[in-house]
Design a protein. Structure first.
Length: 95
C-alpha cells in the first residue's frame, strides 16, 4: 500500500536511531528542519504507513480522537507542503 504523502523533490530525510526525531532538508542547501514529538509521528505515519488510516494512527499514538486532532494535523501537513517538503502520494483521503 502507498503512503498518503511522500517527501518532496530534492528532499532528504533521516530519522534518529530511536525514531524520536526526523530530519528533513532540501538538498543541497537546506536548512534542516527537525521534527520531534507529534511532528515526527505525523511525518512517519503520513510518509511510511499506508494512506488508509494514517491520521487515525496519529490520533491513537496520542490517545486522542481523530476529530480532536484533525485540524492541527492537517495544518502541519499544509505547512510542510507549502515548504515543498511533502507532496501528495496516490491518495490523501482518510478512510
Amino acid at each position: 500500500m502507498s503512503p498518503a504523502y511522500r517527501p518532496g523533490a530534492d528532499v532528504a530525510v533521516s530519522q534518529s536511531g530511536d525514531g524520536a526525531a526526523v530530519y528533513v532538508a532540501h538538498l543541497p542547501a537546506g536548512p534542516i528542519l527537525v521534527l520531534e514529538g507529534a511532528g515526527a509521528v505525523i511525518w512517519c505515519e503520513a510518509t511510511e504507513g499506508p494512506a488508509e488510516g494514517w491520521m487515525t494512527r496519529v490520533a491513537e499514538t496520542f490517545d486522542e480522537p481523530v476529530v480532536g486532532i484533525a485540524a492541527d494535523v492537517l495544518a502541519f501537513v499544509h505547512m510542510l507542503r507549502a515548504r515543498d517538503l511533502l507532496d501528495e502520494a496516490e491518495s490523501t483521503q482518510e478512510t
